[in-house]
Design a binder for this molecule. Structure first.
Ligand SMILES: Cc1ncc(COP(=O)(O)O)c(C=O)c1O
Length: 503
């Protein structure tokens, strides 16, 4: 039974009374309250329900509740504040709540590649949008959402994606989902255990999500021109027909090259001939610093390409808002999966995002973000040049992270530990591969959430950490001299301007 009706009745509280036993109800209530305090369900300083409300909800007399409270007051579990109700005593609550796990301290100079600058989330525009939405949204918009997404957001997204990314899109072909992550869940289920060729390296959680929902994954190598589309034929010959190819054409995650024009054409040709699908994760397309990005692949073959986008890199991952633009034939199956998954995304957040898009606040935010991240990337390049003069920064002038190729291989784990001791968080490129692979020289360094001065300090500390790191296990001096096995470096390529080192 829960108590808590009425304006001043205090919080709800679950207390079980068993009327089939001979134990008096008052004693049962006292036991229940003691247990709630001891277990931490009622924490120190928590307010108890008003006696009248609790009595009414438990179906007992108010006197009985008053007496039970009095007993616990006497025992020191509760304290009464004149005219303000009854509360859990400090000592009682503190003793009963298990000590919280000490939070793991995050490094002061964290080059985590997965975040935009969370400190510059557009709080004021978002608040304004949310206030506007709440003041005009009809009551019906508080009911169960449309599983495809709020039509206001789908319209705003369609306009935005057409204008900015050249996507061929109708609001009716969009499904709003909880980030790209859920987009993958819906696709894996709707395509019914598809065989997907995935760029390798890629994002390990994406692979885990697809595999957990029945997809069979084959690695598709990546070189300076992006996904090696020519390998599809041999994958199909060895492992059976490929249903879909997952790519990040605007800025390969994590290598940082763009899919070269020839490869784009080759991929669409494969899709046309084999009747396959392309899943285009339009990752980082918003952040190109040296020139305009190529338009989305989807615009060239909207019936073959599934386009995927998210606000996780433009606003914040916490919003959990993303979208799929689907070939019409897939729409029904994906919407059905969305309905089965969760009935649809939270409407108010969708409406706020629609407002942000329509008012121009989203574009303004992105323009500022681009300036900020470009300066941070420049700071990273200068810091690497200064403190790690033999290392190379590879990949395009784009996105929120860069790959730093060290001059010689190091023991990755030793490096992570040495960096951590100096309060620096760094990430190993080797972890992004599907097959365990010795990539001892590559680091993935995110720069978006670190101010320039922290980038400089973080890289100088990283250089100190590197100086004390041994070569990887099994690598001798020869390896130190640069003779280890590692994937072909992604860098300057005479045939691919997109893949050139952008320094
Ligand atoms: C390649 C790639 N695509 C998409 C995303 C965004 O995922 P989500 O929208 O689920 O946050 C990420 C996040 O790190 C990513 O690395």
């Amino acid at each position: 039974m829960t108590a808590g009706t009425g304006a001043n009745s205090g919080p709800e509280l679950f207390v079980e009374l068993d009327r089939s036993t001979r134990r008096p109800l008052r004693a049962q209530l006292e036991d229940g309250l003691r247990e709630a305090v001891r277990s931490g369900r009622l924490a120190a300083h928590a307010r108890l329900p008003a006696t009248r409300a609790l009595a009414s909800d438990l179906g007992v007399s108010r006197r009985l509740v008053v007496d039970a409270y009095a007993q616990l007051l006497a025992e020191g579990y509760l304290v009464a504040r004149r005219g303000a109700g009854t509360y859990v005593a400090e000592a009682a609550g503190a003793a009963s709540v298990p000590a919280a796990e000490p939070a793991a301290r995050s490094p002061s100079f964290d080059f985590f590649p997965g975040y935009p600058d969370l400190a510059s989330f557009p709080r004021v525009p978002w608040l304004r949008a949310m206030r506007e939405v709440l003041s005009v949204a009809p009551n019906l918009s508080l009911g169960y959402p449309d599983p495809r997404g709020a039509i206001e957001l789908r319209r705003a997204l369609a306009g935005h994606l057409r204008r900015v990314r050249g996507v061929v899109v109708d609001p009716q072909t969009i499904v709003v989902c909880s980030g790209a992550a859920q987009g993958l869940v819906l696709l894996a289920r709707a395509l019914q255990a598809p065989h997907i060729a995935m760029e390798d390296p890629g994002l390990p959680p994406h692979r885990a999500i697809l595999a957990a929902h029945g997809a069979r994954l084959s690695p598709l190598a990546v070189d300076a021109q992006g996904a090696c589309v020519g390998e599809l034929a041999s994958i199909e010959a060895r492992l059976g027909g490929v249903d879909a190819v997952f790519v990040t054409p605007a800025h390969q995650s994590p290598i940082g090259v763009a899919l070269a024009p020839g490869r784009r054409a080759e991929l669409l040709e494969w899709a046309g001939v084999a009747g396959g699908l392309v899943i285009e994760d339009d990752y980082d397309a918003e952040y190109r610093y040296d020139r305009a990005p190529l338009a989305a692949l989807q615009g060239l073959a909207p019936d073959r390409v599934i386009y995927m986008g998210t606000v996780s890199k433009t606003l914040a991952p916490a919003l959990r808002l993303g979208w799929l633009v689907l070939p019409p034939r897939l729409l029904e199956a994906v919407v059905e999966q969305k309905l089965l998954a969760d009935h649809g995304c939270p409407t108010l957040d969708q409406l706020a995002l629609a407002r942000l898009l329509e008012s121009g606040a989203y574009d303004r935010h992105l323009r500022q973000a681009r300036r900020r991240y470009r300066a941070r990337r420049d700071a990273l390049l200068s810091a690497v040049e200064r403190h790690l003069p033999d290392a190379r920064v590879t990949g395009l002038a784009a996105g929120l992270h860069a790959i730093v190729q060290l001059a010689s291989p190091v023991d990755g784990l030793a490096l992570l530990r040495a960096a951590h001791r100096r309060s620096v968080g760094v990430y190993l490129l080797g972890y992004a591969y599907m097959q365990p692979r010795a990539v001892h020289e590559g680091l993935v360094l995110g720069y978006a959430s670190l101010p320039e001065s922290s980038i400089e300090e973080g890289i100088s500390r990283l250089a100190l950490a590197l100086a004390e790191c041994p070569p990887p296990p099994g690598c001798g001096q020869a390896a130190r001299a640069g003779r280890t096995e590692h994937p072909a470096p992604v860098g300057r390529s005479p045939t691919n301007e997109e893949g050139a080192i952008a320094r």
